[in-house]
Design a protein around this ligand. Sequence first.
Ligand code: IPE
Ligand code: IPE
Ligand code: MG
Length: 255
Amino acid sequence: MAQEPSSTVAVPEMGAIPKHIAIIMDGNGRWAKNRLMPRISGHKQGMEAVRGVIKACMERGVAYLTLFAFSSENWRRPNEEIASLMQLFLTALEQEITKLHENGIRFKVVGDLSRFDSKIIESIQTGEQLTADNTRLTFTVAANYGGRWDIMQAVRKMVTHSTTLPDDLEEENLAQYLALSYAPEPDLFIRTGGEYRISNFLLWQLAYTELYFTSTLWPDFDEHELELAIHSYQQRERRFGRTSEQLRIALSGEG
Ligand code: IPE
Ligand code: IPE
Ligand code: MG
């Protein structure tokens, strides 16, 4: 599949709506704990926030939304929490896919699916096939995803399929095999829950993404919170190594 121009190459207009937003949805457990509720209640409430953010992104013309739902490292959590998360994922797949389709949303999942239950894998495949031709918003869930896993699986595919000599290999040779190769690199990264880290999310693709961190816990992240993040993004000048002066000249058409 042809890859869209990477954000690292094309300088987007300042003040534009981000084309691709990637979010680490963190803080569900603490949200529940603050209410003396079990952690899974926080995850359930987090699903409501997901619905709200999808709707808000559609209304604003965001083309790609990618949400980190379960990391390669989250298998280290207590078995009971993992089982509840898997059940929640399956229920969400069964209940939401039709609604996504009705709204013209293309649904994708990235990550190592091999560790999931066959029912989950089937629901993902059904959902991806059903929504494959939708163009309004591409909504990607990263599940059992890790940035290092992604780079490694891409390297394996590249060395298997490539006939290019090692010295002639370019970034594009690898990038075409990354799980998110159908999407441009994220313009805006958001992490809720107050931690300042990437937690092995999109390591390759975040090279020049604008980062936004908020202490708001994910279940409380609503349309207004998204608006704040987009507003912060719109104030930033993305230079990709160039100087401000160069950007001004290019914009005024002198360059
Ligand atoms: C994020 O919320 C959801 C997942 C990782 C599945 P957490 O469960 O990490 O919530 P906190 O960080 O414990 O509050
Ligand atoms: C990151 O959240 C992964 C997801 C949101 C799915 P975590 O809460 O697991 O991250 P760490 O372990 O605190 O960095
Ligand atoms: Mg967390």
